[in-house]
Ligand binder design. Sequence first.
Ligand SMILES: [Zn+2]
Length: 235
Amino acid sequence: MLYIDAASQLHYDKAANFALTCPHCQVLAHLTPVSVPNFGQLVAFKPSHVGVVYRCDSCNSPVFLKYPVKIYSTNRIELATDFSELERAPEQFNFTYLPEEPELLFREALVCFSIGAYNAFASMCRRVAQAVFAELGDNGKLKMFDQLNDVREIADLDAETFNIMRKVLFATDAEPRPNIPTLEAFQAGVLLEVMKDLLYQSYVRRGQLQQAMMMRRHALEDTHSKITPLTKASS
Ligand SMILES: [Zn+2]
């Protein structure tokens, strides 16, 4: 139950546990309401949505949420709890090992996802996939398809969700419309995790391993150069 009373106070039975990933500090933090609209003003204009400003308990920054109004009654305004966030925490990804074009496109894809533009996000994922295929060649494309099958198995994706992922990433622009299916929030979330995993497997994992091996080799060479060979030492 969430409502604003006649004294413009916000009441929420789950207020003590109300937490969200803060768009500013990216911490899953408790939110405290600091700015609730005036009851009289709301009643006078009866907007369909009401904005509330919270304070992030972790970094003190303002967090803006918008709620649909359920009912205007005489002494309270009941709000639905399915709020929308005006600013969302950006999705994180380690871009260090990505080539320039996939990096640029995937960064924009994450921006689309963060603002809830899920179909723009899907279109950008198609472009990322095309850039990656061009960069890795046919073999790389086949490998990525195998990886997608792995994800399906590990994450236990149902056939419908898997097919959407497959179409977004592996169908071509030349196929009959709509060759990119329309996505809802959940499917976009799955696509995001799939993309992160595919890019991790194709670039990040390889880059991190190669760098780690190079460090090992350097460390070994350093040790060798400090040890006097046995033959020289004994003579
Ligand atoms: Zn914060």
